[in-house]
Every structure is written in structure tokens, then in C-alpha cells.
Design a protein around this ligand. Structure first.
Ligand SMILES: Nc1ncnc2c1ncn2[C@@H]1O[C@H](COP(=O)(O)OP(=O)(O)OP(=O)(O)O)[C@@H](O)[C@H]1O
Length: 483
């Protein structure tokens, strides 16, 4: 016998669900308040609870916590209206199995969700998650934090809500966005990515919304934007904080109404695309600085997935190494001492930096040895280890990440170096050199971005005018390959 508890203060909803589930042979108990919940939960063991997140006398999240305590094996589905979706997502973070939106539009979907929860075990979800992760090249790793994050991403992927991914550069935001797309009901449609930081305002708008012939100099024929091409699919908007305020207004309109116009055209078009946005700057901070619209942030971050930096999940490094070696079809493996160095490094460039270290090491070691020892690793890894063994604590504070304003960055940088100069503790010179290198990259990126705006995104021309190669230009834009 399967017992289901329904708690909802709207009698029609409660009675409807009670009728539906009783007719399927389940034993149903019905309550209309937090008080009823606390009483009924003591009376029998339930297999599933359907819980309205907003009750007159209790907070749904508190009830959920109590449920997890008194009945840990019990499955739970939270019921929510549109205005409380964020709370429903919090409920999932607290361990609810799923949420459904009221009014119920698709009763079959509700029934199949309940059947799935009651009759499938967790391993079905797990194998599905691993299948999609493999397909999208996402290593989950053995750390609990990443595992919870991916489980949350998987659960919300099938919902029709926008997602915001935060995380330092190189932590895998695009890979995760692709996973969300692949796990969603949109997976048969396109997944397209746009980097809002690498295009001038007009080029970005043309890329997003398309343009008509003659809309601006160089628009020699009409062009579809990605909101048109990716219709029914997913758009990954990387570096969303870099979009100008005027582009933000247009994005807000698409998010609110699904409507947009091509550049140079007045016809209103419609799109049904899910947006997964990403930023490595703190968007709440950008809102405070009036660089980012609050209403847009509100729309984007219905679900926020924050990827931890690699230094906080070093237990995932062995799996990542094995994956990247395999991807390179390399038979090599890392010596214990080399793995140790990799474990103790702080990885400011996160997984992208790890990928580059593996590529470099395999290129150097291939044909010479079967074991990658520490001498095939960059000097900075060995130097970091030297600092550690000589027990000099790093006192370098994190620099402000905003690239929006080079001036802020430069001011912060100078302040940090002054602090280090004045510090009474020993400071590893290698770490300072690292800061200098980062400064070089930041300045390079600022100049490249500025020049790209001037050349309307023409990379060849931008590189020529900056007297660098296009490969170096890509390096400064952080587009994967080293310069
Ligand atoms: N979990 C992961 N499993 C496998 N590879 C990963 C993972 N995370 C990141 N990578 C790899 O690291 C590199 C950087 O990833 P990605 O471009 O997704 O990072 P990002 O956070 O979007 O970076 P940026 O902020 O610079 O845009 C890519 O080569 C990607 O394949």
C-alpha cells in the first residue's frame, strides 16, 4: 500500500488531487495547513508528500525540513504558483524531488511524475545524468558539491525557466549550459552560444536579433539572429554583464514577452528560446553599480547555479586528468609526485588552465616517457609547491574581478602590490609574478575588446591595428588556446 499526503490550502486543488490519486489505488490523506501537516505526519509513514509551498500558517520550506527529518525516505513534490518559483527551486535545493506549477496544465505529466517518483529509484536518474554528462563532455567528479549542483541542473533542465550560471573564468559554465540544454525537452533543437563581451553593441544586437539589408554599413543582406535560429532551443549568453544597457532592455523584452525586432526592422517577431546566461562578475554587484538592470537579473536568475572554483574541489582533479588524457588519446599517466603538485596548485584559470597544463605536458612527454613527471609541468606549479613547503602562507588577496572598468582593476592591483610590499610576512615572488602576468592579460583583453568595438568585430583588422596575431588576440579574449 502506498501512502500519499497532500497539503494544500486551496480545497479544490486538494480534493482534485485526492480524487485523482485515490482512483489510481493510492491511499491518500489530505490536509489544508501547516498545522494539519504536523499532525498527519505523525499518524503514518508516507511514501510521497505533495506540498503547497505557500500555506497560511507555515512556511513550506520549514515543513520540508521537518519532513526530511521525520521521514527521510519520503519523496516530495512542491506545488507552486509562478510568483513562488524561486522558492520552489530553493525547496529542490533542500531535497524536494521536484516541483509542479499551479494551475496544473498537463495532468498526464503530473501523473507520470508521481509514478516515476514512486516506482523508479534514484539510479534511473543517476544513469541518465551520467549519460548526458558523457555526451556533453562534462566530468562531474567525486566531490559532493558538484554532484549536488549537477543534480539540481538536471532537475530544473526540464522546466521552462531561465538559468544563470556563475563561476570564475574557466570553471565550465559553457559546458554546464550545454548539459542543461541536453537534459531539457529542447535537446532536439539548437544550442547556440554568444559571448556578449567580444562584440560591439550593434554587432551583438545583430547577432542576437538579426538585421535587415542596409540596417547599418556593411549589412549587405538580411541575416537571421540567433533568437530566430535557436527557436525552441537554448541560447547561452556568456559574459552577460558586458551587454550594454540598451541591449539589456531588448533582452528583457524577449524574456518577458518572447518578442523582438531585427535591427533595422519594425516587424515584431516571436521566439521561444530558453536563455542560460553566465557571468564571471557578480551581477548583484553590477546592479549596485548601475551597470546591470535589476529587472533583467531578476528574470535571468530564476535558478542560479554557482560552479565552485577548481581550488575548492580538488578531489575532482584525478577524474579530470584521466578524462583529458583519454580525450587526447594519450597512453601517458601522471606520476604520484606530479599529481601531488597538481593537487596543491591554486588554479586561478580553473579547469581551462588544467586542460592547458595537460596538453602541454603530454606534448612534451610524448615519445620520451610513459610517465609524466614534475619536470613536464610548468614552473609555476613547482614554485607554488616550493612556497608551500617553505610554509609561507599566501597573503595575496583576491583581486576584484570586474573587467567592466579597467580603471577599478588597475587601482585594486596597485593597492594589492602596495599591501604586499608593506606586508610583514614573507611573500612568494612567484605569486607576485603571477599577478603581474594576470595584469598583462587583463590589460591585453581590455585593449583587444576596445579595438574590436572600433573595428565592428573584425578580428583580422583589430589584430593588425594592435600589431598582434589573431591567435594572440584569441588568447587575450580567453578563447581557449594559448598565445
Ligand atoms: N566539468 C568539466 N568537465 C570537463 N571539461 C570541463 C569541465 N569544466 C570545464 N571544462 C573544460 O574547461 C574549459 C573551459 O570551460 P568553459 O569554456 O565551459 O568555461 P567557462 O566558465 O565558460 O569559461 P569563461 O568564463 O572563460 O567563458 C573547456 O575546455 C572545457 O571543456
Amino acid at each position: 500500500m502506498i501512502n500519499i499526503l497532500i497539503i494544500d490550502d486551496e480545497p479544490e486543488v486538494g480534493h482534485f488531487l485526492s480524487y485523482l490519486l485515490s482512483s489510481k489505488g493510492y491511499t491518500v490523506s489530505l490536509g489544508g495547513s501547516g498545522k494539519d501537516f504536523y499532525q498527519l505526519i505523525r499518524e503514518r509513514v508516507y511514501h510521497l508528500v505533495l506540498l503547497d509551498i505557500r500555506l497560511p500558517d507555515a512556511n513550506g520550506l520549514d515543513i520540508l525540513k521537518e519532513l526530511k527529518k521525520t521521514c527521510p525516505g519520503c519523496k516530495s513534490i512542491v506545488m507552486t504558483g509562478y510568483s513562488t518559483i524561486k522558492t520552489a527551486v530553493d525547496a529542490i535545493k533542500l531535497g524536494a524531488n521536484d516541483y509542479i506549477e499551479k494551475p496544473f496544465e498537463d495532468i498526464d505529466e503530473l501523473e507520470s511524475l508521481i509514478d516515476r517518483l514512486l516506482h523508479h529509484n534514484q539510479s534511473v536518474n543517476d544513469s541518465e545524468i551520467h549519460r548526458i554528462a558523457k555526451q556533453t563532455g562534462l566530468v562531474i567528479g567525486s566531490g559532493k558539491e558538484m554532484q549536488h549542483l549537477i543534480m539540481l541542473a538536471y532537475k530544473i533542465a526540464k522546466k521552462n525557466i531561465n538559468v544563470l550560471i556563475e563561476g570564475e573564468t574557466g570553471t565550465g559554465k559553457e559546458v554546464l549550459a550545454h548539459f542543461v540544454h541536453q537534459a531539457s525537452l529542447r535537446s532536439d533543437y539548437p544550442f547556440l552560444a554568444v559571448n556578449c563581451g567580444s562584440l560591439s553593441e550593434s554587432l551583438l544586437e545583430s547577432e542576437l536579433f538579426g538585421h535587415e539589408k542596409g540596417a547599418f554599413t556593411g549589412a549587405i543582406k538580411e541575416r537571421k539572429g540567433i533568437f530566430e535560429i535557436a527557436n525552441k532551443g537554448t541560447i547561452f549568453l556568456d559574459e552577460i554583464a558586458e551587454a550594454s544597457l540598451s541591449t539589456q532592455v531588448k533582452l528583457l523584452r524577449v524574456l518577458e514577452t518572447g518578442e523582438y525586432m531585427r535591427v533595422g526592422d519594425e516587424a515584431v517577431r516571436r521566439t521561444n528560446t530558453r536563455i542560460v546566461a553566465a557571468s564571471h562578475v557578480d551581477l548583484a554587484g553590477a546592479v549596485e553599480q548601475k551597470m546591470f538592470r535589476e529587472d533583467l537579473l531578476y528574470r535571468l536568475e530564476v535558478v542560479k547555479l554557482t560552479i565552485p572554483p577548481l581550488r575548492d574541489r580538488k578531489q575532482d582533479i584525478p577524474e579530470l586528468l584521466a578524462y583529458f588524457l583519454k580525450k587526447q588519446q594519450s597512453q601517458l599517466h601522471f606520476s604520484e609526485e606530479a599529481e601531488n603538485l597538481l593537487q596543491h596548485y591554486q588554479w586561478p584559470g580553473n579547469i581551462r588552465e588544467l586542460v592547458n597544463v595537460v596538453k602541454r605536458a603530454t606534448a612534451l612527454a610524448e615519445g620520451e616517457t610513459r610517465m609524466i613527471t614534475s619536470e613536464y609541468l610548468p614552473d609555476k606549479l613547482r614554485a607554488a609547491s616550493y612556497d608551500r613547503t617553505s610554509s609561507r602562507a599566501s597573503i595575496i588577496p583576491a583581486l576584484r574581478k570586474s573587467e567592466k572598468d579597467l580603471q577599478f582593476y588597475l587601482e585594486d592591483w596597485v593597492k594589492h602590490i602596495h599591501q604586499l610590499w608593506a606586508a610583514e610576512q614573507d611573500v612568494g615572488l612567484d605569486e607576485i609574478i603571477q599577478q603581474v602576468k594576470e595584469l598583462e592579460v587583463r590589460i591585453g583583453r581590455a585593449f583587444v575588446t576596445k579595438m574590436l568595438k572600433e573595428t565592428m568585430g573584425n578580428r583580422k583588422e583589430a589584430a593588425e591595428r594592435l600589431q598582434i596575431t589573431t591567435r594572440q588576440l584569441r588568447y587575450f579574449l580567453n578563447e581557449k588556446k594559448g598565445g
